[in-house]
Design a protein around this ligand. Structure first.
Ligand code: ATP
Length: 220
């Protein structure tokens, strides 16, 4: 764990493919921000995600959708560093770079959904993530709330805190599981619905939906 030292404002990043960004990303993170007292959340769109099939929308289209989704929500800003790279986006590399930029004592957090927490030990360099930041976890429907692997269960118990104040007082090393709303939306489901001509107006902000139609994205 990092040393207990009073430093200013917890910085939080939320990485994703955002193909497209949807309310399952935005609503739980807004609730988490209230619980933890985050003034800003920095969205970090991936360029080439290492763990999954390549996105359907181009990096620029995904960035444009993120911009449109957050245009009326001052909580969010964007960091385009992963989009600007033409190589796999390994979260650990970005976190190490951010840690170097921010210094050793700045509290830093990375936000993930419960599905990502459950598979985090498949991420390149995952053992070093908590050396660089805290993990803040949003609930996601359809995923177990516990690790079945006893080693990962022990890892979570060792690092979990129920106290958001600790996240602001230390630079890294804790896992905080938020009491966030369960929002049953995925980008996969949205791409399928758009492909079959179903409405997605409840699932994504209007401006994003208009852009998707204008760019003829996710169509047959
Ligand atoms: P896909 O369906 O294409 O896999 P996705 O909807 O899971 O995409 P990503 O961009 O891959 O979205 O996810 C980025 C982050 O957002 C991940 O940490 C993921 O766990 C989290 N996330 C995505 N959807 C939800 C949701 N409905 N509730 C909570 N967290 C979510």
């Amino acid at each position: 764990m990092a040393s207990q030292k009073e430093v200013s404002g917890l910085q939080a990043l939320f990485g994703g493919t955002f193909d497209p960004i949807h309310y399952g990303h935005l609503r739980p993170v807004e609730a988490l921000a209230k619980q933890v007292g985050l003034e800003k959340v920095i969205l970090l769109p991936n360029h080439v995600p290492p763990h999954r099939p390549q996105p359907e929308a181009s990096p620029l289209q995904r960035l444009e959708m993120v911009k449109l989704a957050i245009q009326d929500t001052p909580l969010f800003t964007i960091d385009t560093r992963e989009l600007e790279k033409n190589s796999p986006s390994y979260t650990i590399e970005t976190l190490v770079q951010l840690r170097q930029e921010m210094g050793a004592t700045q509290p830093l957090a990375f936000i993930i959904g419960q599905d990502s927490l459950l598979s985090i030990n498949t991420w390149h360099g995952w053992e070093r993530i908590l050396d660089n930041c805290h993990l803040l976890v949003c609930a996601r429907p359809g995923y177990a709330t516990q690790f079945s692997d006893p080693i990962m269960h022990a890892w979570l118990s060792q690092h979990q805190t129920l106290d958001p104040v600790r996240l602001n007082q230390t630079a890294n090393g804790y896992i905080f599981i938020g009491n966030t709303p369960l929002v049953n939306i995925s980008a996969t489901q949205i791409r399928k619905k758009l492909n079959t001509g179903d409405s997605c107006s409840e699932l994504i902000p209007d401006a994003v939906l208009q852009y998707i139609h204008q760019q003829h994205l996710y169509q047959r």
